[in-house]
Write a protein that binds this ligand. Structure first.
Ligand code: AQP
Length: 345
């Protein structure tokens, strides 16, 4: 989009990780494997890690106010229960750091309408009723660019569905740097790794598992109990064939591929290693194995989430302290941005 622009590669900036999740419903296994589990892995790599609950993004579609508060605390509980440590990562909710909205506005004036119209998530979420979608939903990727660039983040762990938005973030950073003749914003890299970068619906292998899918049977929620997890996996759509012994045998079998990917990600093995073990088995044998594994991995997280949800004050204190730390990094970057743009300070 911005050809010929000379901007610094992300390597010229101190490595810093930023990512976020919308508190737009309960957490799913897709959010866990595609995002949170990898947030935890990155926490231990000696790089500063900043993880946000992007509540300003959540309101781009209608949210009941009381439910939004509960979902934000539940998301924070999910982060912590899964292993994010407020002493090692900054954990906060976006609306407590007002510079996100401020930089989002600046980027609304940098990004082009045509760029936004090409975003597949906008097309999917607005659907045929785009005229009735909120302006916020359309501008969502500019706010996401602000979330990342407000911290000069260089690495953004996300699921496959968010890759296009991180690429747009790079375009916004490049255009800002070009327009104002500065080398101010890094061009961040999406980090999309592992066997489950796109967990699919349990009812339809062509659709992403999503917290806002009207069918609860389509997803595993992080708060589901062992019986619910086992039942959803037992009822998951599959095909009549046995599992193949090699990954190539999953071609054209989206539902089978999805369950094998989930197994591989939960057991921290490659798909090939899983198939070397389970190749030749029928789903009647594989599904209980997957259910047992999912329960073993998810139950400790869901019980810790339930415990934390009994202590909302503890969660709120963690979020307030995280917001203070986030503000300390963000404010100088915001101030400098406004100065570059030409605002009298
Ligand atoms: N099915 C998925 N597989 C792998 N990764 C996923 N993510 C979401 N779904 C999957 C990753 O989770 C992070 C947070 O996503 P989000 O909540 O900000 O928005 P989303 O991608 O739109 O997620 P949902 O669950 O589908 O939410 P709703 O239903 O509210 O739109 C991102 O890194 C995303 O890639």
């Amino acid at each position: 989009m911005t050809e010929g622009v000379q901007t610094p590669p992300a390597t010229q900036f101190t490595p810093r990780v930023f990512s976020g999740i919308q508190p737009s419903g309960g957490l799913t296994l897709g959010n866990y494997l595609g995002a949170i589990k990898r947030f935890v892995d990155m926490q231990d790599q000696g790089i500063q890690t900043i993880y946000c609950m992007v509540d300003l993004h959540a309101i781009t579609v209608w949210q009941d106010p009381a439910a939004l508060k509960r979902q934000t605390r539940e998301l924070a509980a999910g982060y912590i229960a899964a292993g994010l440590d407020p002493a090692r990562s900054i954990l906060f909710n976006q609306s407590q750091v007002s510079a996100h909205a401020e930089l989002g506005w600046v980027f609304n004036c940098v990004a082009r309408m045509g760029w936004m119209q090409r975003m597949t998530q906008w097309k999917d979420k607005a659907g045929k009723n785009a005229q009735n979608a909120s302006l916020g939903l359309f501008a969502y990727p500019a706010l996401m660019a602000a979330d990342i660039l407000l911290y000069h983040a260089t690495h953004v762990p996300v699921g496959e569905d968010q890759k296009q938005h991180v690429e747009l973030t790079r375009d916004i950073a490049a255009k800002f740097n070009h327009d104002f003749k500065v080398d101010f914003f890094p061009l961040p890299e999406p980090v999309i790794e592992g066997a489950a970068t796109r967990v699919m619906s349990l009812r339809d292998g062509s659709k992403k598992m999503s917290k806002s899918d009207p069918s609860d049977a389509s997803r595993i929620n992080m708060t589901d109990d062992a019986d619910a997890i086992a039942q959803k996996i037992r009822k998951a759509k599959t095909d009549p064939d046995a599992l193949p012994s090699e990954a190539k045998g999953l071609d054209e079998r989206p539902e089978a591929r999805n369950l094998v990917n989930i197994y591989a990600a939960l057991s921290e093995q490659t798909v090939d290693a899983v198939l070397a073990d389970v190749g030749g088995k029928q789903f009647s044998e594989f599904k209980p194995m997957l259910a047992d594994l999912a329960v073993a991995k998810l139950s400790p997280i869901s019980s810790e989430m339930a415990r934390l949800m009994q202590a909302p004050d503890e969660i709120d204190a963690i979020l307030r302290s995280g917001a203070d730390q986030a503000r300390a990094i963000a404010q100088p970057i915001m101030d400098r941005t406004l100065d570059i743009v030409g605002m009298v300070r």
